[in-house]
Design a protein around this ligand. Structure first.
Ligand SMILES: C[S@@+](CC[C@H](N)C(=O)[O-])C[C@H]1O[C@@H](n2cnc3c(N)ncnc32)[C@H](O)[C@@H]1O
Length: 221
Protein backbone atom coordinates (compact mmCIF):
# COMPACT_ATOMS: atom_id res chain seq x y z
CA UNK A 1 0.00 0.00 0.00
CA UNK A 2 1.22 3.50 -0.81
CA UNK A 3 2.21 5.64 2.15
CA UNK A 4 2.76 8.89 0.27
CA UNK A 5 1.52 12.08 1.90
CA UNK A 6 -1.60 13.65 0.48
CA UNK A 7 -1.18 17.11 -1.07
CA UNK A 8 -1.06 19.97 1.43
CA UNK A 9 -4.23 21.68 0.21
CA UNK A 10 -6.43 18.66 0.94
CA UNK A 11 -8.02 19.00 4.37
CA UNK A 12 -7.23 15.47 5.43
CA UNK A 13 -3.59 15.99 4.49
CA UNK A 14 -2.46 14.82 7.92
CA UNK A 15 -3.47 11.31 6.85
CA UNK A 16 -1.25 8.88 5.01
CA UNK A 17 -2.73 8.16 1.62
CA UNK A 18 -3.29 4.47 2.44
CA UNK A 19 -5.24 5.41 5.58
CA UNK A 20 -7.31 7.90 3.62
CA UNK A 21 -8.16 5.25 1.01
CA UNK A 22 -9.21 2.96 3.85
CA UNK A 23 -11.52 5.66 5.23
CA UNK A 24 -12.94 6.42 1.78
CA UNK A 25 -13.57 2.73 1.08
CA UNK A 26 -15.63 2.41 4.28
CA UNK A 27 -17.46 5.62 3.41
CA UNK A 28 -18.16 4.40 -0.13
CA UNK A 29 -19.72 1.22 1.25
CA UNK A 30 -21.93 3.30 3.55
CA UNK A 31 -23.04 5.48 0.67
CA UNK A 32 -23.72 2.51 -1.58
CA UNK A 33 -25.86 0.89 1.10
CA UNK A 34 -27.79 4.11 1.47
CA UNK A 35 -28.48 4.11 -2.30
CA UNK A 36 -29.44 0.39 -2.20
CA UNK A 37 -26.46 -0.42 -4.38
CA UNK A 38 -27.38 2.13 -7.06
CA UNK A 39 -24.79 4.40 -8.63
CA UNK A 40 -26.97 7.47 -8.28
CA UNK A 41 -30.56 8.60 -7.87
CA UNK A 42 -30.27 10.58 -11.13
CA UNK A 43 -32.17 9.04 -14.08
CA UNK A 44 -29.13 8.47 -16.30
CA UNK A 45 -29.75 7.03 -19.75
CA UNK A 46 -26.82 5.47 -21.51
CA UNK A 47 -24.23 8.21 -20.87
CA UNK A 48 -21.15 8.09 -23.13
CA UNK A 49 -18.75 10.34 -21.26
CA UNK A 50 -18.54 10.53 -17.49
CA UNK A 51 -16.11 12.42 -15.28
CA UNK A 52 -15.75 11.83 -11.56
CA UNK A 53 -14.07 14.87 -9.99
CA UNK A 54 -12.19 14.27 -6.74
CA UNK A 55 -12.46 10.53 -7.38
CA UNK A 56 -10.51 9.40 -4.28
CA UNK A 57 -10.08 5.62 -4.50
CA UNK A 58 -11.94 5.55 -7.84
CA UNK A 59 -14.69 3.34 -6.39
CA UNK A 60 -17.59 5.35 -7.81
CA UNK A 61 -15.88 5.77 -11.18
CA UNK A 62 -15.15 2.03 -11.35
CA UNK A 63 -18.82 1.24 -10.67
CA UNK A 64 -19.88 3.76 -13.34
CA UNK A 65 -17.48 2.16 -15.84
CA UNK A 66 -18.86 -1.30 -15.05
CA UNK A 67 -22.51 -0.27 -15.25
CA UNK A 68 -21.95 1.69 -18.47
CA UNK A 69 -19.36 -0.32 -20.42
CA UNK A 70 -19.97 1.80 -23.54
CA UNK A 71 -19.04 4.96 -21.68
CA UNK A 72 -15.61 6.50 -21.31
CA UNK A 73 -15.13 7.28 -17.64
CA UNK A 74 -12.48 9.70 -16.42
CA UNK A 75 -11.55 9.75 -12.74
CA UNK A 76 -9.71 12.90 -11.67
CA UNK A 77 -7.96 13.57 -8.39
CA UNK A 78 -4.97 15.57 -7.24
CA UNK A 79 -3.76 12.54 -5.27
CA UNK A 80 -2.42 9.38 -6.90
CA UNK A 81 -4.80 6.53 -7.59
CA UNK A 82 -4.66 3.16 -5.77
CA UNK A 83 -2.74 0.46 -7.61
CA UNK A 84 -5.54 -1.97 -8.47
CA UNK A 85 -7.36 -3.33 -11.51
CA UNK A 86 -9.91 -0.96 -12.98
CA UNK A 87 -12.32 -1.52 -15.88
CA UNK A 88 -10.63 -0.79 -19.23
CA UNK A 89 -13.08 2.06 -19.99
CA UNK A 90 -11.90 3.93 -16.89
CA UNK A 91 -8.95 6.34 -17.15
CA UNK A 92 -7.34 8.23 -14.31
CA UNK A 93 -5.90 11.73 -14.52
CA UNK A 94 -3.97 13.33 -11.68
CA UNK A 95 -4.94 16.98 -11.71
CA UNK A 96 -5.68 19.88 -9.36
CA UNK A 97 -9.22 20.96 -10.15
CA UNK A 98 -8.47 24.50 -8.99
CA UNK A 99 -6.28 24.91 -12.08
CA UNK A 100 -7.65 25.80 -15.49
CA UNK A 101 -9.52 22.77 -16.84
CA UNK A 102 -7.75 20.90 -19.64
CA UNK A 103 -11.08 19.64 -21.08
CA UNK A 104 -13.16 21.30 -23.79
CA UNK A 105 -16.52 22.83 -22.96
CA UNK A 106 -19.45 20.43 -23.44
CA UNK A 107 -17.26 17.34 -23.05
CA UNK A 108 -19.28 15.25 -20.57
CA UNK A 109 -22.75 13.72 -20.31
CA UNK A 110 -22.29 13.24 -16.58
CA UNK A 111 -20.19 15.14 -14.09
CA UNK A 112 -20.09 13.56 -10.66
CA UNK A 113 -18.49 14.86 -7.50
CA UNK A 114 -18.93 13.37 -4.08
CA UNK A 115 -17.53 15.07 -1.00
CA UNK A 116 -15.33 17.24 -3.20
CA UNK A 117 -17.02 20.62 -2.78
CA UNK A 118 -16.24 20.61 0.93
CA UNK A 119 -12.59 21.00 -0.14
CA UNK A 120 -13.09 23.61 -2.85
CA UNK A 121 -12.91 27.34 -2.03
CA UNK A 122 -15.34 29.77 -3.71
CA UNK A 123 -17.81 27.00 -4.54
CA UNK A 124 -20.18 29.14 -6.64
CA UNK A 125 -17.39 30.09 -9.05
CA UNK A 126 -16.22 26.51 -9.25
CA UNK A 127 -19.71 25.23 -10.11
CA UNK A 128 -20.02 27.91 -12.81
CA UNK A 129 -16.76 26.64 -14.38
CA UNK A 130 -17.80 23.01 -14.10
CA UNK A 131 -21.17 23.59 -15.76
CA UNK A 132 -19.42 24.66 -18.95
CA UNK A 133 -18.01 21.14 -19.28
CA UNK A 134 -21.49 19.60 -19.47
CA UNK A 135 -23.02 18.60 -22.78
CA UNK A 136 -26.55 19.93 -23.38
CA UNK A 137 -28.96 17.64 -21.51
CA UNK A 138 -26.15 16.39 -19.27
CA UNK A 139 -26.25 15.70 -15.55
CA UNK A 140 -24.28 17.38 -12.80
CA UNK A 141 -24.47 15.09 -9.76
CA UNK A 142 -23.13 16.45 -6.49
CA UNK A 143 -23.23 14.73 -3.11
CA UNK A 144 -21.79 16.72 -0.28
CA UNK A 145 -22.18 17.46 3.38
CA UNK A 146 -22.85 20.12 5.93
CA UNK A 147 -20.79 20.09 9.07
CA UNK A 148 -21.40 16.92 11.03
CA UNK A 149 -24.21 17.15 13.53
CA UNK A 150 -25.67 14.47 15.74
CA UNK A 151 -29.47 14.27 15.87
CA UNK A 152 -29.57 14.22 19.66
CA UNK A 153 -27.50 17.34 20.08
CA UNK A 154 -23.84 17.52 20.86
CA UNK A 155 -21.77 17.73 23.99
CA UNK A 156 -19.14 20.35 24.82
CA UNK A 157 -16.23 18.39 23.31
CA UNK A 158 -18.03 17.95 19.98
CA UNK A 159 -19.14 21.57 20.13
CA UNK A 160 -15.51 22.62 20.59
CA UNK A 161 -14.40 20.42 17.74
CA UNK A 162 -17.09 21.95 15.49
CA UNK A 163 -15.90 25.45 16.39
CA UNK A 164 -12.31 24.54 15.57
CA UNK A 165 -13.38 22.91 12.30
CA UNK A 166 -15.45 25.93 11.26
CA UNK A 167 -12.60 28.36 12.02
CA UNK A 168 -10.18 26.14 10.12
CA UNK A 169 -12.46 25.85 7.08
CA UNK A 170 -13.09 29.59 7.00
CA UNK A 171 -9.35 30.26 7.20
CA UNK A 172 -9.01 28.30 3.96
CA UNK A 173 -11.93 29.96 2.19
CA UNK A 174 -13.99 26.77 2.59
CA UNK A 175 -17.68 26.53 3.46
CA UNK A 176 -18.66 24.23 6.36
CA UNK A 177 -22.27 24.30 5.14
CA UNK A 178 -21.51 23.79 1.47
CA UNK A 179 -24.16 21.06 1.15
CA UNK A 180 -26.93 23.54 1.88
CA UNK A 181 -25.64 26.07 -0.69
CA UNK A 182 -25.26 23.84 -3.72
CA UNK A 183 -28.82 24.28 -4.99
CA UNK A 184 -28.48 28.08 -5.08
CA UNK A 185 -25.08 27.79 -6.81
CA UNK A 186 -26.65 25.63 -9.50
CA UNK A 187 -29.61 27.97 -9.87
CA UNK A 188 -27.22 30.92 -10.21
CA UNK A 189 -25.65 29.37 -13.32
CA UNK A 190 -29.02 29.53 -15.11
CA UNK A 191 -27.91 26.43 -17.00
CA UNK A 192 -30.31 23.80 -15.68
CA UNK A 193 -33.86 22.94 -16.70
CA UNK A 194 -34.33 20.77 -13.62
CA UNK A 195 -32.54 20.95 -10.27
CA UNK A 196 -33.39 18.20 -7.84
CA UNK A 197 -32.00 18.65 -4.34
CA UNK A 198 -32.49 16.65 -1.20
CA UNK A 199 -30.98 16.91 2.25
CA UNK A 200 -30.69 13.85 4.46
CA UNK A 201 -29.31 13.23 7.92
CA UNK A 202 -26.77 10.55 7.13
CA UNK A 203 -24.11 8.83 9.18
CA UNK A 204 -21.52 7.40 6.80
CA UNK A 205 -18.81 6.26 9.13
CA UNK A 206 -19.28 4.11 12.22
CA UNK A 207 -19.30 6.14 15.41
CA UNK A 208 -16.99 4.90 18.16
CA UNK A 209 -18.81 2.67 20.61
CA UNK A 210 -18.17 2.23 24.33
CA UNK A 211 -16.39 4.69 26.51
CA UNK A 212 -14.97 7.77 24.81
CA UNK A 213 -11.36 8.42 25.68
CA UNK A 214 -9.03 11.10 24.33
CA UNK A 215 -7.53 8.49 22.02
CA UNK A 216 -10.97 7.95 20.43
CA UNK A 217 -10.43 11.23 18.63
CA UNK A 218 -7.86 11.98 16.00
CA UNK A 219 -7.42 15.42 14.63
CA UNK A 220 -5.62 16.35 11.41
CA UNK A 221 -5.56 20.13 11.63
C1 LIG B 1 -13.47 13.27 0.76
S1 LIG B 1 -12.59 12.69 -0.64
C2 LIG B 1 -13.91 11.97 -1.60
C3 LIG B 1 -13.42 10.95 -2.60
C4 LIG B 1 -14.50 10.28 -3.45
N1 LIG B 1 -15.25 11.23 -4.23
C5 LIG B 1 -15.44 9.46 -2.60
O1 LIG B 1 -16.57 9.87 -2.41
O2 LIG B 1 -14.99 8.41 -2.10
C6 LIG B 1 -12.20 14.15 -1.51
C7 LIG B 1 -11.26 13.90 -2.67
O3 LIG B 1 -11.13 15.11 -3.40
C8 LIG B 1 -9.78 15.26 -3.77
N2 LIG B 1 -9.53 16.69 -3.95
C9 LIG B 1 -9.66 17.67 -3.02
N3 LIG B 1 -9.33 18.86 -3.56
C10 LIG B 1 -9.00 18.61 -4.87
C11 LIG B 1 -8.55 19.41 -5.93
N4 LIG B 1 -8.38 20.73 -5.78
N5 LIG B 1 -8.28 18.83 -7.13
C12 LIG B 1 -8.43 17.49 -7.29
N6 LIG B 1 -8.84 16.68 -6.31
C13 LIG B 1 -9.12 17.22 -5.11
C14 LIG B 1 -8.98 14.65 -2.62
O4 LIG B 1 -7.68 14.28 -3.04
C15 LIG B 1 -9.86 13.47 -2.24
O5 LIG B 1 -9.48 12.30 -2.92
Amino acid sequence: MHQAEIGPSYMFSGNKLGEEWHRLTAQNEGFKNYLNGKLTLAPLENPRSIIDMGAGTGAWAADAATIYPEAEVLAVDMSPFPDRNFPSNLKYQQFNLLDEFPWRNESFDVIHMRFLMYHIPYGAKFIARVVQLLKPGGFLIIEDSCLLRYPDGIGPAQQKQNEISIAFLHSRGLDPYIGSHLEEFMQATGAFEVISARMEPLCLNPLPTGKFTPSSFRCHL
